[in-house]
Design a protein around this ligand. Structure first.
Ligand code: GLP
Length: 269
């Protein structure tokens, strides 16, 4: 059965006819299998007692959100559920395996070049330091999910080949072959849209919504290991964060962090 996840509230926009229609179609989607056709617009108007315009707007919304897919001339179908991506330190391979999916990787390019100023700064090395840059398409159950461009200091990974990264997880290779364990990092996430090349590689229309992830990770010794720039499909991913209540911080700590007591906001010190 299709298990398209909903927003935290389980609804879309506030109680308009369109949002009610959207919710009714979502209920219907939950009872159908992935790939099953939903009833025609005309049938839905009849069943739900709303106008064609309202049905079409609700369906457009669900197509945009990746719940439904339209196939020209044949109808509208239930999409694969999105992958709920938790914001953790895991590798792509580990993450897909945990979900019972088969991870895959296709290496598009591997080259060694001087880091340059920008990448050098991120990897904490001089601009002339040789860096391996690897572009990979990441797959789950043979479907393209993301494009990742990995930058790693060449001296850390002697002999690393394009083929290695098609048959092994990079994090596993780091640990098993190079004796480097990733212990932490920093990741930024921004919304973006796919350019021509990314659209072609991901098999999505030009300017499709996507997530831009950038991750810098460090090893046990505190050394920066990788800088990765990734484009993840917006129609296949949603980000999930567990919101646990935090104990109220102490005033002295807040003051030290540059907390302005008058307007209650944090300011960099
Ligand atoms: C995730 C991270 C990347 C990391 C990759 C390693 O996708 N965003 O920063 O390089 O995992 O994946 P794997 O070990 O499967 O090659």
């Amino acid at each position: 059965m299709a298990t398209n996840e909903k927003t935290a509230s389980g609804t879309s926009r506030p109680g308009t006819k369109q949002s009610e229609t959207r919710n009714s179609v979502l209920d219907l989607i939950e009872q159908l299998d992935v790939g099953a056709a939903i009833p025609s617009e005309r049938q839905l108007c009849h069943n739900l007692g709303v106008s064609r315009l309202t049905v079409r707007a609700a369906l457009d919304d669900l197509v945009r959100d990746g719940m439904l897919v339209r196939r020209h001339g044949s109808g509208t179908f239930v999409s694969e559920p999105k992958i709920a991506q938790e914001l953790t330190m895991t590798s792509f391979t580990e993450d897909m395996r945990r979900r019972g999916m088969v991870p895959g990787s296709r290496t598009l390019d591997l080259r060694v070049t001087p880091a340059g100023a920008h990448v050098g700064r991120l990897l904490h090395v001089s601009p002339s330091e040789p860096v391996v840059i690897i572009s990979r398409v990441r797959l789950a159950d043979h479907e393209t999910m993301a494009i990742e461009t990995l930058h790693v200091r060449a001296a850390l990974v002697p002999g690393l080949s394009a083929a290695d990264l098609e048959s092994h997880s990079f994090y596993t290779l780091l640990s098993d072959r190079y004796g480097i364990d990733i212990v932490g990092g920093l990741q930024t996430i921004e919304p973006t849209v796919t350019n021509e090349e990314e659209s072609e590689l991901l098999g999505v229309p030009l300017h499709s919504p996507a997530f831009l992830f950038e991750r810098v990770t460090r090893s046990e010794s505190g050394e920066i290991v990788e800088f990765v720039h990734s484009i993840y499909r917006g129609d296949r991913y949603r980000l999930v964060t567990d919101l646990s209540a935090q104990p109220l911080p102490h005033r002295p700590a807040l003051a030290a962090a540059g907390h302005n007591q008058r307007d209650g906001r944090d300011h960099p010190s």
